[in-house]
Design a protein around this ligand. Structure first.
Ligand SMILES: *Cc1c(COP(=O)(O)O)cnc(C)c1O
Length: 413
């Protein structure tokens, strides 16, 4: 970053500080991951210059021969990786991808059935704070209160009574697999379209370690920076018959020019995702989440739904006499970075919530395995049980740092 050093040493230092923070802490945020260095190079390349509107071969500015090839490469690789009939690689984010899907086939005021946010759903699935709830009429399904898993009978009952035009599956915080086939049958019975938002799961699906929603859905959306490890930006996969509508809804419907640097990063991650290195990171992501869930349960923690089938573990702190908020702050002080999370039927409605959500993606892409996971759970348990004992926390922080130093992230500055 020689130029930045010269022109803005203050900003350069802030970026370096962030690189140090990433290197010196354990990232358990389920929505994050460390991208390969080549992704960072691509995103920071000269591709930021070009203005493109429209689609390859049908642009509104001259000079698109190279970026057309880049977008076509992303399209070809993405369709092949996910076995999709149609793909749009232009959405700026997962949220924009969802917006474009809604607007491609629905009218303002149409009914949509999606998962409730306090039960794991996402803001863009009709939460009251999201513009999606002002455009469409959402009904939300909840989890079964005993199993804390999706209640397919409830989805069916709601689908048959509300008669939504679209059913949305997919979640931000749901450690279990989703039975896409079952929901697709419900959607057929209710004459609803079926969208799955696999934002969190795309990397695991790409590596073919968990079931792909693609064969069962009219639309599948995801964002590239979570388990997918591909930098920023969203993607829409769809059945061929919706391709034109999707493309129109993305541009000019919801967006203007698209970010060519991100299109290129998508092309790159779709290539890397077929390689052994990516697949083995995803394998270890799945395994590491299971190891952490088991280790917490052995220490007497209640894990929402009693386990995990993906990269997430949701810990219920209710019996530990500490809020999610306090646990998050305490763990941050020892270098373990995660987020407090609402759990299904959370009894703490002060905003401090009762849960912690952890994800195994970033620590796995750093090369950590079973024994590091058990170590991390030990650190977390000791910190949570001794959250007001400074001297214990200081010692833990040193141990976390040592572990981080043994698994460095590639230099980013
Ligand atoms: C993270 C997430 C998104 C949002 O993606 P952005 O790229 O941040 O807009 C959408 N849906 C779900 C289920 C998510 O978890």
């Amino acid at each position: 970053m020689a130029y930045l050093s010269k022109e803005d040493p203050e900003l350069k230092q802030l970026i370096r500080d962030e690189a140090d923070r990433l290197n010196n802490t354990l990232n358990l945020i389920a929505a994050e991951n460390h991208s390969p260095q080549s992704i960072l190079e691509t995103m920071g390349s000269v591709l930021n210059t070009k203005t493109i509107e429209g689609y390859p071969g049908k642009r509104f500015h001259a000079g698109c021969e190279n970026v057309d090839r880049i977008e076509n490469l992303a399209i070809k690789r993405g369709k092949s990786l996910f076995n999709a009939e149609h793909i749009n690689v232009q959405p700026h984010s997962g949220t924009s991808a969802n917006l474009a899907v809604y607007f491609s086939v629905l009218n303002i005021g149409d009914h949509i059935l999606a998962m409730s946010l306090p039960h794991g759903g996402h803001l863009s699935h009709g939460h009251s704070a999201s513009i999606t709830s002002r455009c469409f009429n959402f009904t939300h399904y909840k989890l079964d209160s005993k199993t804390e898993q999706i209640d397919y009978d409830q989805i069916r009952d709601l689908a048959l009574s509300v008669k939504p035009k679209m059913i949305v599956a997919g979640a931000s915080s749901y450690p279990r697999l989703i039975n896409y086939e079952k929901i697709s049958q419900i959607a057929k019975e209710a004459s609803a379209l079926f969208l799955t938002d696999m934002a969190h799961l795309a990397g695991l699906v790409a590596a073919k370690l968990i079931q792909s929603p693609v064969p069962y859905c009219d639309f599948v959306t995801f964002t590239c920076y979570k388990t997918m490890m591909g930098g920023r930006g969203g993607v829409i996969l769809s059945k061929k018959k919706y391709g034109k509508k999707i493309d129109k809804a993305v541009f000019p419907g919801c967006q203007g020019t698209s970010a060519v640097n991100l299109l290129a990063a998508k092309a790159l991650i779709f290539k890397l995702a077929k390689e052994e290195k990516f697949i083995s990171i995803q394998k270890s992501t799945l395994k590491n989440a299971k190891v952490m869930a088991r280790a917490f349960m052995e220490k007497g923690y209640r894990i929402v739904s009693n386990g995990t089938d993906n990269h997430q573990v949701l810990i219920d702190l209710t019996s530990k006499n500490i809020t999610g908020k306090l646990a998050e702050t305490c763990l941050e002080s020892i270098g373990i970075i995660l987020n407090r999370n609402v759990i299904p039927n959370d009894a703490n409605n002060s905003g401090k919530v009762s849960g912690l959500r952890i994800g195994s993606g970033a620590v796995s892409s750093r090369g950590m395995g079973d024994s590091q996971m058990r170590q991390i759970v030990d650190f977390m348990d000791i910190a949570i049980m001794n959250h007001s004992k400074k001297e214990i926390l200081v010692k833990l922080k040193e141990k976390v740092l040592k572990l981080c130093e043994a698994f460095p992230i590639k230099k980013t500055v």
